[in-house]
Design a protein around this ligand. Structure first.
Ligand SMILES: [Fe+2]
Length: 202
């Protein structure tokens, strides 16, 4: 078994005009594919640890030192992107009543959540991700991580994530990351977020 690049769950141009077709091709076919190639190369050096990336990244100290950073970077890169594609859709979706109620309880209002998520995505210096996670106490939290670090390495379950690496937006939005973040809110697949939230709370 090796880790495979998943197909996008929609056409490359499906998220236009918010996320452009050229970006989706580069991002999926080149960047994501490179993470897949590199994580397979790292894991091949230690077949004894298996290929369950969620398990491996939930306790990175257990990863052999000579491949640890490669697995964090490329295994995280694979998991993050595989999730990211599913977190977007050309269809109009909305959070479930249960998720919306918990977002309002945690952040004050949906707009306050959006502001917190936008701030996390905007202020992440350099490359990284903004996340809505379920923390160890079962509560919703907005965080950001550097590079391809996945929240599961901090014991947090991601239910929404936004890639803020320049490769995710530079073709269309150039240096204007805030416009890309705003556009992302038009393509979030809240059905997927609901599904992940229910699983995280179970
Ligand atoms: Fe990316």
């Amino acid at each position: 078994m090796t880790i495979l690049l998943p197909d996008l769950p929609y056409a490359y141009d499906a998220l236009e005009p918010y996320i452009d077709e050229e970006t989706m091709h580069l991002h999926h076919d080149k960047h994501h594919n490179t993470y897949v190639t590199n994580v397979n190369a790292a894991l091949a050096k230690h077949p004894e640890i298996g290929e369950d990336l969620e398990k491996l990244l939930s306790d990175v100290t257990a990863i052999p030192e000579d491949i640890r950073q490669a697995v964090i970077n490329n295994g995280g890169g694979h998991l993050n992107h595989a999730l990211f594609w599913e977190l977007m859709t050309p269809e109009k979706t909305e959070p479930s009543a249960a998720l919306l109620a918990d977002i309002e309880a945690s952040f004050g209002s949906f707009d306050d959540f959006k502001a917190a998520f936008t701030a996390a995505a905007t202020t992440r210096f350099g490359s990284g991700w903004a996340w809505l996670v379920v923390n160890k106490e079962g509560k919703l939290e907005v965080i950001s991580t550097a590079n391809q670090d996945n929240p599961i390495s901090e014991g947090k379950t991601p239910i929404l994530g936004l890639d803020v690496w320049e490769h995710a937006y530079y073709v269309k939005y150039r240096n204007v990351r805030p416009d890309y973040i705003k556009a992302f809110f038009s393509v979030i697949n809240w059905n997927k977020v609901d599904e992940l939230y229910a699983a995280a709370k179970a």
